[in-house]
Write a protein that binds this ligand. Structure first.
Ligand code: NAD
Length: 372
């Protein structure tokens, strides 16, 4: 697969993660030409220059629109806060670039729809940064479900929890602004929804409760500012195949650092997974002798593809950033016209539709059906 010229907008947490992926994808997978790191944009020129040096980009700018006019840029990573995604992704697509955009698509549903329309009109590849579906464990669970390893699935629970907003005195920042979206829904619930899509298909109906544990937070200038969205969500769901589901999300759950815990119950067994222990899963099967029944813990190994591309030895484990490298490889495959495993803007819009249905359900205090 041919070398792509890369543009990167934003160099914070996710920007660095994308940069690492672009830097490593060729060495890890071997079947892609090394991408050319062409042009990087940050909010100010000094930071842009510093990051370009650290990440290995040839050019740096404080105006992200410079990337659109750069003929050497084929694909743009959008890793800025949520409220900028629509403008940046749409402009990139209109300039003929492929797009790799961080989740969620956009706080306003109409903007997310415009993003999908722009991708269709441009005929360019546009995928979302739903990295957790790239875990070899999740891919393997999908295979197990397809093979009927735990029979017919009837119930699934998924919880996403972290504690970066658990302290009532944690500083107010952009994630608590209404402009960032609904909070726990756009920030967190979208990730479990990406996993559910990957394993079962899109959610069909929801009833949700949202809450705001702390009404305000301190600001850098010594004042306080009202929190404008919700930090926790509790949702009941209907999934395809008569599967009932529960989704819980909290950004204020002390002790939880990167929990995305899945429990899948079927007619012949169950499967457990937690992103905090991302290199293993548990499986319980009803076949075999009753005296030895119990959960078996399976560690990832080279036969859980594409683990083998990273490490030849079993049980040594991948890390969070490796999921982005796999996602990057899927994007490059998509650009090359090959089959790929990632959430494109069409599937991404369906996830947006689901979180907006959750918000509506909370507002109206009722179940909400989600049209296909
Ligand atoms: P961050 O605050 O760490 O980084 C954002 C960066 O964007 C900052 O460096 C900021 O200076 C830069 N920026 C802001 N406006 C800009 C502009 N006009 N031009 C150029 N740069 C600009 O934020 P983050 O945690 O990296 O989150 C960014 C996005 O990634 C969010 O949409 C978030 O939801 C998503 N995210 C995804 C995951 C995941 O697992 N996929 C994890 C965390 C965050």
């Amino acid at each position: 697969m041919k070398a792509l010229g890369v543009g990167l907008i934003g160099t914070g947490y996710m920007g660095k993660c994308h940069a690492l992926a672009w830097n490593n994808v060729s060495a890890i997978f071997g079947d892609v030409e090394r991408p050319r790191l062409v042009h990087l944009a940050e909010a100010n020129a000094d930071l842009a220059q510093a990051r370009a040096r650290e990440f290995g980009f040839a050019r740096a700018t404080a105006d992200w629109r410079d990337l659109l006019a750069d003929p050497e840029v084929d694909v743009i990573s959008v890793t800025t806060p949520n409220q900028f995604h629509a403008d940046m992704a749409i402009a990139a697509l209109e300039a003929g670039k492929h797009v790799w955009c961080e989740k969620p698509m956009a706080p306003a549903f109409a903007d997310a729809e415009r993003m999908l329309n722009a991708a269709f009109s441009a005929g360019r590849i546009a995928i979302m940064g739903y990295n957790y579906i790239q875990n070899p464990v999740i891919r393997h669970i999908r295979t197990l479900l397809d093979e009927g390893a735990i029979g017919t699935v009837n119930h699934v629970r998924v919880e996403m929890d972290e504690d970066f907003m658990a302290d009532p005195e944690a500083l107010f920042y952009w994630k608590s602004e209404a402009s960032a979206g609904y909070g726990a829904l756009d920030d967190f619930a979208v990730h479990p929804l990406s996993l559910l899509w990957c394993l079962f298909g899109h959610v069909e109906a929801v009833i949700a409760d949202l809450s705001k544990p702390y009404p305000d937070r301190p600001t850098r200038d010594g004042g306080r500012r009202a929190v404008e969205n919700h930090d926790t969500a509790s949702v009941l769901m209907r999934l395809p195949g008569n599967v009932s589901g529960v989704l819980m999300a909290s950004r204020a759950a002390w002790g939880r650092k990167g929990r995305i815990a899945l429990q899948i119950y079927g007619s012949k067994g169950s499967i457990l997974f937690d992103q905090e222990r991302m290199n293993e899963f548990q499986i319980y099967r009803t076949d075999g002798r009753a005296t030895e029944q119990g959960y078996a813990t399976v560690l990832t190994a080279p036969h859980h593809k594409p683990y083998d591309r990273f490490i030849p030895a079993p049980g040594h484990g991948l890390g969070f950033n490796d999921l982005k490298v796999i996602e990057c490889r899927e994007l490059i495959a998509a650009v090359a016209g090959m089959s790929f495993h990632a959430i494109d803007f069409a599937q991404g819009l369906r996830i947006e539709k689901t979180v907006h249905a959750m918000a509506r359900s909370f507002r109206d205090r009722r179940w909400v059906e989600i049209a296909a």
